[in-house]
Design a protein around this ligand. Structure first.
Ligand code: AMP
Ligand code: MG
Length: 267
């Protein structure tokens, strides 16, 4: 999955990443969905182990253009995990109280504790994306945030948090189809806002803002993956693989029993 990394310190052009890509995966959608089921079973076991061991913290950041598939990833990749150890934190337009603090205030308090996985549905990156595109704060303010984000994520990492950041990369045409599909389906109207059409007009500005954010904040301790996301199954496959490989790499073990259990009989 290394091919989807934004390599720290290297040149990076978002336009050179193909949202249609399916890598070297041999099969099509049908095989892809089968592979996701297998990975999902592994993820469930690994998450249980993470929770039982209670040593590691995992932060998964999801960012995307509207309709990019953040909700779909949360539903499908994390299907069947134990809600006791997995939380989702969504970030909306900041409240007055949040705006009265620094931009990381609302973020830090919902980061994962020991044994937890927290999924960020949007994140502190909105503060260098939507905020930059709309000039909600002056450039002098947002331009300092890349470094502040790197420092913040370093604090988390040095205190035992594994950070994985995924940008779900769709094409402008794909977004058009998905917005149209939402319009055509009354059960999807709740997801549709006229504001999404205004944001779509700013597509190029957003791509530029994403490119800069991904380039400046992909670090060894908190790397970005640009996930090809036009095909939902491939998007889910890539994220499932990165998660499973990362959790397997932690070499976790179930904790030793609190007391010796040899010869213990349940009467
Ligand atoms: P949704 O995820 O579709 O429910 O929409 C949440 C909205 O909140 C999106 O339009 C985001 O761009 C917006 N949002 C999230 N964080 C911020 C922020 N820090 N400043 C301004 N808008 C934000
Ligand atoms: Mg939305």
């Amino acid at each position: 999955m290394k091919r989807y990394l934004v390599e720290p310190g290297k040149k990076f052009k978002l336009s050179e990443r193909n949202p249609e890509d399916t890598g070297d995966f041999e099969g099509g959608k049908k095989e892809g969905l089968k592979a996701i089921v297998e990975l999902n079973e592994k993820l469930q076991t690994l998450q249980e182990l993470l929770y039982a061991e209670g040593r590691h913290k995992v932060l998964v950041v999801l960012q995307a253009m509207d309709t990019g598939g953040k909700d779909g990833v949360i539903r499908r990749v994390f299907d069947g995990v134990n809600p006791q150890g997995v939380k989702v934190a969504g970030f909306k337009v900041p409240t007055a109280e949040e705006l009265a603090h620094d931009f990381l205030w609302r973020v830090h308090k919902v980061t994962p504790g020991n044994g937890e996985i927290v999924i960020f549905n949007r994140s502190h990156y909105e503060d260098v994306l939507v905020v930059r595109v709309h000039n909600y704060v002056p450039e002098a303010v947002w331009s300092k945030r890349y470094e502040q984000i790197n420092e913040f994520e370093k604090i988390l990492a040095e205190n035992g948090t594994t950070i994985l950041k995924f940008f779900l990369h769709i094409s402008k045409d794909e977004q058009k189809e998905r917005l149209q599909a939402r319009l055509d389906d009354p059960t999807k109207h709740w997801k549709f806002s006229l504001g999404d059409l205004e944001e779509r007009k700013l597509w190029d500005d957003y791509q530029a803002a994403y490119e800069e954010a991904l380039k400046k904040t992909s670090t060894v301790h908190a790397p970005w993956y640009v996930v090809p996301a036009n095909r939902k199954w491939y998007r889910d496959l890539v994220i499932s693989r990165v998660l499973v490989e990362t959790l397997e790499g932690m070499k976790m073990k179930y904790p030793e029993p609190r007391e010796p259990l040899d010869g213990v009989v349940v009467e």
